[in-house]
Design a protein around this ligand. Structure first.
Ligand SMILES: Nc1nc2c([nH]c(=O)n2[C@@H]2O[C@H](COP(=O)(O)OP(=O)(O)OP(=O)(O)O)[C@@H](O)[C@H]2O)c(=O)[nH]1
Length: 136
């Protein structure tokens, strides 16, 4: 059995628009994995539930409000990340208040899951593309 590295819980959202496209954001210069396209979200802080963390991250990163009832658990990814082990929980949401703005990302883009294969994304996200495609 492989020993587990320190687990890093991360939550992320697939915001889906009326045309079945999903919002991706580009990680800015100066951060880890800069330039890659990722699902909005971030680390779960100690004492936070995954859902509260995601609602907070979506407000901080995109200035949108998502009711907890509109967060549907969808898929997860499990992958090594530096000296830790990433556990990425992906939720789908189709309802939010506000228009997403790139408050932290360098750019936003609406993308169909099938087109994500052509975009540079974090390695952990690769298995999520097919899962998302099947769910939407
Ligand atoms: N939000 C988000 N994070 C992802 C995705 N895929 C993935 O590997 N991650 C990783 O999960 C972590 C998310 O935490 P974060 O977004 O708060 O990261 P951060 O910029 O504070 O980290 P940093 O300080 O190391 O740059 C990062 O290490 C990020 O690289 C994804 O699709 N969305």
């Amino acid at each position: 059995m492989t020993k587990a590295a320190y687990l890093l819980p991360v939550v992320a959202a697939a915001l889906v628009d009326a045309d079945g496209r999903v919002l991706l954001q580009q990680r800015p210069e100066g951060r880890s994995l800069a330039g890659l396209w990722e699902f909005p979200g971030g680390k779960v802080e100690p004492g936070e539930t995954p859902e509260a963390a995601l609602i907070r991250e979506l407000e901080e990163e995109l200035a949108i409000t998502v009711p907890q009832a509109c967060l549907a658990p969808a898929a997860f990814a499990s992958a090594p990340l530096d000296d830790r082990h990433l556990l990425l929980l992906l939720y789908i949401t189709r309802k939010w208040t506000g228009v997403p703005r790139a408050l932290e990302a360098s750019a936003l883009r609406w993308v169909r899951p099938a087109d994500m294969h052509d975009l540079p994304m974090p390695p952990a996200d690769r298995p999520l593309i097919g899962l998302l495609d099947a769910l939407l």
